[in-house]
Design a protein around this ligand. Structure first.
Ligand SMILES: C[S@@+](CC[C@H](N)C(=O)[O-])C[C@H]1O[C@@H](n2cnc3c(N)ncnc32)[C@H](O)[C@@H]1O
Length: 191
């Protein structure tokens, strides 16, 4: 049951995609508010699932660019169908990869988002280090966790600090879940 959300595939994966699309909008809206996006921003979503937050991100950066990374073929199908025009126009780029291997150049992202998947990554430090590599100095990372997903992993704030992020909003609670907002220090270069 749990596996259909972590490694969505086959019929169960399609059912998981439909469920996530029905229930994920509220947390996506809360998380995107915390990203504080400029209309020209370059933004990356990790573990985009059925692509509901990608849709909102495209609305938030009408003059910018959105990229997404997810390892699941089923999720790519749902996200592409939900965002067909943006893919065709080149405003949305979808990659089949994981948090630990982001196909993105150093320091090119203004913001990175991960909703309900950081706690599934095989190595959270490897993912956080990759995100830090692709964010520009001053860039923002937001991760969010709904209660059904199991909530944030223990010691997340300490893990983020150990990777050199400055915590701006740690573990705030909304009606939809818990959210963390951190920033790459402005004076730093990617690790
Ligand atoms: C519970 S779903 C959440 C999907 C979406 N963010 C949402 O809130 O509806 C978890 C997603 O993370 C993806 N995922 C699993 N392992 C991952 C990894 N190591 N790196 C990036 N994404 C991963 C899955 O394929 C799935 O699409």
């Amino acid at each position: 049951m749990y596996d259909m959300f972590v490694h969505p595939r086959g019929t169960a994966g399609h059912a998981a995609a439909r469920l996530m699309a029905r229930t994920g909008t509220g947390l996506a809206n809360d998380a995107i508010k915390l990203l504080d996006l400029d209309p020209h921003a370059n933004v990356l979503e990790i573990g985009f699932g059925p692509g509901v937050a990608l849709q909102r991100l495209l609305e938030a950066v009408p003059d910018g660019h959105v990229a997404g990374v997810d390892p699941s073929a089923v999720m790519h199908q749902h996200a592409r169908e939900r965002n067909t025009a943006a893919v065709k126009e080149g405003r949305l780029e979808l990659h089949r990869s994981t948090a630990a291997d982001l196909p993105v150049s150093v320091g090119t992202m203004d913001a990175v988002l991960a909703i309900d998947n950081l706690h599934f990554w095989p190595s959270i430090p490897a993912g956080l280090s990759e995100i830090r590599r692709v964010l520009r100095p001053g860039g923002i990372f937001v991760c969010a966790f709904s209660p059904p997903s199991g909530g944030p992993p223990p010691h997340l704030a300490a893990l983020l600090a150990s990777q050199g992020y400055e915590t701006t909003t740690a573990g705030i609670k909304t009606r939809q879940g818990r959210l963390f907002q951190v920033r790459v220090p402005r004076a730093s270069t990617a690790a």
